[in-house]
Design a protein around this ligand. Structure first.
Ligand code: ADP
Ligand code: ADP
Ligand code: ZN
Length: 215
């Protein structure tokens, strides 16, 4: 099964994706994680991505699409994949449709995590990310057992540099302007599943599971 996971920054995409990975053996494809990895490795994608990400802007479409295309081409997905954070524009959504045709895969479900914008600031400002494995925690809602240490791999937790107040504000505006229209795009196609993301993590996951079982 191949899934698209959508939602504003901080909605819980990464959190739910990693649960889906554990439960169904899907492969998580997070464009944000791929960009951060590229930045660390200082490879061709990293240099350009860094410039846009630090200010909270989207990385340009052609560049993002190329990276995702390469990733889908170079990897096999035994049990399917979860696209976490892609597509984020209508252009990316259209390109994904043509990549799917070319590589002969289907998108089986589009899951949208719905949450009031006012809740996102707190989620983002409290998020801590593992520098080694990318797992996320929350200082209040999902604290690690040991402060600033990853439960999964023992790596050091850090606060992302695009999680400053200014960058978060720009990211939310960017979402409203460029990504939100995608909800209408997929709603019109009749393929979107809206999930209430404003509930405890376990309940969000249960609702996603229920929705996927009905598929
Ligand atoms: P996204 O990938 O959509 O940006 P994350 O999964 O990283 O979002 O979640 C953002 C922050 O909110 C993280 O710190 C995470 O631990 C926390 N979080 C995720 N889901 C919930 C939830 N249902 N309730 C409370 N906090 C949550
Ligand atoms: P979020 O917590 O906002 O969901 P991500 O880790 O998914 O964060 O993304 C971090 C940043 O990476 C975004 O603010 C954006 O600059 C860039 N990015 C991620 N996915 C995309 C995409 N599909 N298109 C363009 N830029 C992207
Ligand atoms: Zn870790």
């Amino acid at each position: 099964m191949n899934i698209i996971l959508m939602g504003p920054p901080g909605a819980g995409k990464g959190t739910q994706a990693s649960r889906l990975v554990n439960e169904y053996g899907l492969t998580q494809i997070s464009t944000g994680d791929l960009f951060r990895k590229a930045i660390n490795e200082q490879n061709q994608y990293g240099v350009i991505a860094k410039y846009f990400i630090q200010f909270g802007h989207l990385v340009p479409d052609d560049f993002t699409i190329q990276m995702v295309r390469d990733y889908l081409k170079d990897n096999t997905f035994e049990n399917g994949f979860i696209l976490d954070g892609f597509p984020r524009t209508i252009v990316q959504a259209r390109e994904l449709e043509s990549i799917a045709k070319e590589f002969k895969f289907n998108i089986d479900a589009i899951v949208n995590l719905d949450i009031p914008q006012a809740k996102l600031i707190k989620r983002l400002s409290g998020r801590r990310t593992c520098k080694d494995c990318g797992s996320t925690f929350h200082v209040e809602f999902n604290p690690p057992k040991q402060e600033d240490i990853c439960d999964k791999c023992g790596g050091e937790l850090y606060q992302r540099s695009d999680e400053s107040e200014e960058a978060v504000q720009v990211r939310l505006e960017t979402y409203n302007r460029q990504t939100k229209p995608l909800i209408d795009y997929y709603t019109m196609k009749g393929t979107i599943i809206n999930i209430n993301g404003d509930q405890p993590m376990e309940d969000v996951f249960k609702d996603i599971e229920k929705a996927l079982e009905d598929k």
